[in-house]
Design a protein around this ligand. Structure first.
Ligand code: FAD
Length: 480
């Protein structure tokens, strides 16, 4: 069935979004009340909706005055974050016939795949559906390297284009350059609206179902969900890492140091660096060949940086970029095959391994991994090992073995780990689902984020069609 006819059928079933409108205009809805006040500006003229406020007497806070916020979008399903999870959620929801609004703060789709310059998709081999489709497209549009790796080693620029093509074709609405900054519940604790900020100012968006694919769990936190961060009382998280694209190397001459030749390549690269007085903050430097003479490099760790502290992230970003350039300068000075090495680009967004793990109606635990959980409502089977990077520079090993003791067998991620426990109408997908610190270190990779997103998008659409809340939906393994 075409996407258009799918959507027509869906709209008939949901009375064209009337369910949303009814929820929002009911008298006990906390976000109702600004009446008919107009709150819009003409985007051509550059006008802004001005704010006003009052500084507290100690000048430590500002009380902003009430002001109307324009409602700029109404959709069946709104997805926050267009990383691997968000793309898959949006595609599956749109293909199930729902109207979909995708909101992303960066200037392209793909999250860590593109803005983060990742270049490698892990734990994708056993996945079907959208993951398989995207790998095929990355291969078709990619290089010989992409072909040899069945699309799992990809060029981020190819990924940007492929993702834009598939998302546009699926008929969803995409809003880039827009950050979600607030969420509004009704009195039944159902999420009914979100607020964003962008060059268009502060805006409100209504939907029947919401999916948090922000990686960091921003939407769930704004909605008032409980969550966990990192491990221990100080919420220690895995380090952040900035990635870079490089050029100036002949792939044949640097073959021994290329990751795809085996994990020993990382050891060799570290040895080469150390012999020449280079001490990377990440002790398993990873060089990948992408195509022609373009490579990617991960050689940086930033320890103890909170994903929710813009000052700390800024400092880590500046440190990381400086370190990458210093390391590349150092490698170039070795000469030989490295003599023309140069940085093409560093990632605009430093890679964040850990944000909030939002409390769901099921929590994936280390014990589930140890026993190889087989769950009747599994959305995907994760096979990636426990992978906790060093948590501080003192424990700077390739892999932190302290956390490996509980063991891991391939396990199912149950549907209810994708459903928020504290708020109705909200699902999560990707690294912000409900799990403990150890389980997260395994399921966080993008070969799992995609099928989680695919399941969340379909579940959101099905729950509207069946007029049930996502936690009431009977998810079957065969949906996955
Ligand atoms: C350095 C590093 C190396 C890694 N290596 C690998 C690897 O080799 N292979 C692999 O498969 N996985 C790897 N991972 C893990 C994996 O990349 C992540 O866990 C994965 O990105 C999860 O996907 P996601 O869609 O949940 O999150 P993300 O990719 O982080 O996507 C979240 C999206 O939401 C957007 N967003 C966030 N907040 C807001 C907001 N408030 N409003 C609007 N938009 C918002 C972001 O801009 C982003 O586009 C690595 C991670 C890091 C950090």
């Amino acid at each position: 069935m075409s996407n258009d006819s799918n959507r027509r059928r869906f709209m008939q079933l949901t009375a064209g979004g009337l369910v949303v409108s009814a929820a929002l205009t009911s008298p006990d809805t906390t976000c109702a009340g600004s009446g008919s006040v107009t709150a819009s500006v003409n985007p051509i003229t550059g006008d802004v909706l001005r704010t006003s406020g009052q500084l507290s007497s100690d000048a430590k806070s500002m009380i902003e005055s009430e002001r109307p916020i324009p409602v700029v979008g109404t959709s069946d399903i709104l997805i926050c974050g267009a990383g691997p999870a968000g793309i898959a959620a949006a595609l599956s929801a749109a293909r199930a016939g729902a109207s979909v609004q995708l909101i992303e703060v960066a200037g392209c789709l793909g999250g860590v795949w593109t803005v983060g310059l990742l270049t490698k998709i892990l734990d994708a081999g056993n996945k079907q559906g959208i993951m398989k489709e995207l790998l095929r497209k990355f291969t078709e549009h990619g290089s010989q390297v992409a072909m040899d790796s069945q699309g799992t080693v990809y060029d981020p620029e190819v990924a940007k284009l492929v993702l834009e093509e598939v998302c546009v074709e699926a008929g969803m609405k995409i809003r880039l350059h827009t950050r979600l900054v607030g969420a509004v519940l009704n009195k039944q604790k159902q999420l009914v609206a979100v607020l964003t900020e962008s060059k268009s100012g502060r805006e409100a968006w209504l939907a029947e179902r919401f999916i948090d694919c922000s990686g960091d769990g921003d939407l769930a936190a704004h909605a008032g969900c409980e969550f966990e961060v990192g491990t221990g009382s100080d919420c220690t998280c895995q380090p952040m890492s900035m990635l870079a694209l490089l050029t100036g190397l002949d792939p044949e001459l640097v073959r021994p140091w290329i990751r795809e030749t085996g994990s020993v390549a990382k050891k060799r690269l570290l040895e080469l660096m150390e012999i020449h007085g280079i001490n990377p903050s990440y002790r398993a430097p990873t060089l990948r060949h992408l195509h022609s003479n373009i490579f990617s490099l991960m050689t940086n760790h930033e320890y103890g940086v909170s994903a929710f502290d813009a000052n700390a992230i800024t400092a880590a970003t500046l440190r990381a970029r400086k370190e990458i350039h210093e390391i590349v300068d150092g490698l170039r000075s070795i000469g030989g095959p490295w003599k023309d090495l140069a940085v093409v680009a560093t990632a605009e967004q430093i890679g964040v391994r850990e944000g909030r793990r939002v409390r769901g109606r099921y929590t994936v635990t280390a014990s589930d991994l140890a026993h190889g959980l087989n769950h009747p409502q599994g959305v995907c089977r994760a096979t990636f090992p426990i992978d906790v990077h060093a948590l501080n520079s003192a424990g700077n090993k390739e892999i932190n073995r302290d956390f490996k003791t509980s063991g891991m067998k391939p396990y199912d991620i149950p549907y209810l780990a994708l459903v928020a426990a504290d708020v109705d109408g909200l699902l999560m997908a990707g690294r912000c689902i409900s799990g403990d610190f150890i389980a997260h270190s395994s399921y966080r990779v993008t070969g799992n984020a995609v099928p989680m997103g695919e399941a969340a998008g379909l579940a959101a659409a099905l729950s509207i069609k069946q007029r049930v809340m996502p936690h009431e939906l009977e998810w079957k393994k065969s949906n996955s």
